[in-house]
Write a protein that binds this ligand. Structure first.
Ligand SMILES: Cc1ncc(COP(=O)(O)O)c(C=O)c1O
Length: 486
């Protein structure tokens, strides 16, 4: 629908006749290509109502446009932009010639280091890198809550402009929830609601680092966190990750060499290898943070999904004297599209990050934020997590079994204690080389170029596929791998 009302603006105070103003503006829209040949336009009565004009003014304008060849009437069908437009003379703007008319100002930035986003094809069978199954989300409950909050006289302010730090009720309830369930010592002033962990990572980096500051990440680590560091022009320093998580001895050596400002970690469960950072290393990491005065950006995106035992308490729950900024999210619990996450930090940090957030995003979705508060209060969150954990544990075991039975000679992996993906390394074939064949057979495997090149490995998400989908996927994968190794 063309936005007639906002584009065609008739100045009541102009000395030019109103019908001519309408003629001028329609010609302008047609010449710019925003109104296309053969496009139907509203009849005179409707156009008059849309623009608050007398119908006679619109009739006069249409007649003028018809006389000039811009409009045509098609009998019993209506008025249209002419199929053959009158030829207008091109008047060059100063310094511009027709040949460079399409040249646009070039962006002074280059963000080539960020991978292009390719959406997962909806028609294929998808093995993602570790997403929840949005089909399990309590959709009825969520929308029932949204509806009743939006309609309630006491809560419909949730639809208005409000606090950039997020819904006050959620901040308070979340602070209590994290204090009780994850041993954090916080209140609502330590909570900034974000649109997900990713926004928390961005804001944390924005607040804590300046160009050329050394920032330590795992080798390898979460690519989107690396991009955020590079975007802020931090100097990336990589430290190896083994079966106990980030190697803190290596980190200590880096700290002796460089004035490290920030260390980004995914303690549950390291991305991509899914290992959990051991208790000893957690303590060593905190000691280093205090000794060398750097910030730990703790991305605990996967905290809730630990299958064999209880998750370890976050670093943010230990005495850290402001050295830990913690990010988490509801997107992994309910569905990726639930864009509600949080950043936990000192009061000053929350205030600084709120200012930055204010200029890129006026505020979050307060209605959905309040629904998340209700989910915590009513027990819906715990119920959903309990159900998801049982289901995901079965799916993890099922996918592990399929990999062993159908591809045992070609892959190596360890059944992860938590998370939503199995870190799988391939033998005998090159992962990147089989991607086209997998696609051709209808299987989309989320192969990260860097991880494939460096480790010949891929994160195989198990949570979002049911057992029959997993079976179909592994049959295709095994078939392609077999035929590639013959
Ligand atoms: C390690 C890690 N951190 C953060 C995110 C972003 O999560 P969110 O959807 O909450 O922004 C992801 C998403 O997959 C992730 O894998």
């Amino acid at each position: 629908m063309f936005p007639w009302k906002s584009v065609l603006v008739i100045e009541q105070s102009s000395s030019r006749a109103r019908y001519l103003q309408l003629v001028d503006q329609m010609i302008k829209e047609i010449s710019a290509g925003r109104l296309q040949p053969s496009q139907k336009i509203p009849g005179t009565r409707r156009m008059a109502a849309l623009l608050h004009l007398n119908r006679k003014t619109v009739i006069q304008a249409y007649e003028e446009l018809m006389a000039q060849g811009w409009l045509e009437i098609r009998s019993s069908s209506g008025t249209y932009i002419s199929e053959k437009l009158p030829v207008t003379q091109y008047i060059p703007l100063e310094g511009k010639s027709p040949s460079n008319r399409s040249a646009r100002p070039a962006s002074p930035h280059s963000f080539d280091f960020i991978d292009d986003y390719t959406p997962q094809p909806q028609s294929s069978l998808v093995v993602d890198g570790g997403s929840p199954d949005h089909r399990l989300a309590p959709v009825d409950w969520i929308f029932k809550e949204c509806r009743s909050l939006a309609k309630s006289r006491f809560n419909n302010h949730l639809l208005a402009y409000s606090d950039v730090r997020g819904d006050k009720v959620l901040r308070k309830i979340l602070a209590n929830y994290l204090s009780e369930s994850r041993g954090m010592n916080i209140n609502e002033d330590n909570v900034l609601i974000t649109r997900g962990s990713q926004m928390g990572i961005f804001l944390g980096l924005k607040a804590m680092i300046r160009p050329n500051d050394p920032v330590v990440v795992g080798d390898s680590g979460y690519d989107a966190a690396d991009w955020a560091v590079r975007y802020h022009r931090g100097q990336l320093e990589r430290v190896t990750v083994d079966h106990l998580g980030l190697n803190t001895d290596e980190l200590a050596a880096v700290c002796k060499r460089l004035p490290v400002k920030l260390v980004y970690i995914t303690p549950h469960h390291h991305f991509p290898t899914t290992v959990t950072l051991s208790n000893d290393r957690r303590i060593q990491l905190l000691r280093l943070a205090m000794k060398y005065n750097f910030t730990i950006l703790e991305d605990d995106y996967d905290y809730d999904f630990h299958y064999s035992s209880s998750p370890l308490l976050p670093l943010a729950s230990l005495d850290h004297y402001g050295h830990v900024v913690y990010v988490g999210s509801f997107s992994k619990i309910f569905a990726p599209n639930v864009r509600v996450g949080y950043m936990i930090g000192s009061h000053e940090m929350v205030e600084e990050c709120s200012k930055v957030r204010r200029i890129i995003d006026r505020q979050g979705d307060h209605l959905m934020e309040r629904v998340m508060a209700e989910a915590i209060l009513s027990g819906e969150l715990t119920r959903h997590l309990k159900k998801s954990l049982i289901c995901y544990r079965q799916r993890r075991d099922h996918l592990s079994q399929l990999l062993n039975e159908m591809m045992g000679d070609h892959v190596e992996f360890k059944v992860p204690e938590g998370g939503m993906a199995i870190w799988t390394r391939f033998r005998k074939i090159h992962l990147a080389s089989i991607k086209p064949e997998l696609n051709a057979r209808g299987l989309y495997l989320d192969i990260d170029r860097d991880l494939a090149e460096k480790f010949n490995g891929v994160r195989m998400g198990f949570a979002s596929m049911n057992e029959s989908e997993q079976k179909q996927a592994i049959e295709i994968l095994a078939g392609v791998v077999q035929s590639s190794t013959l």
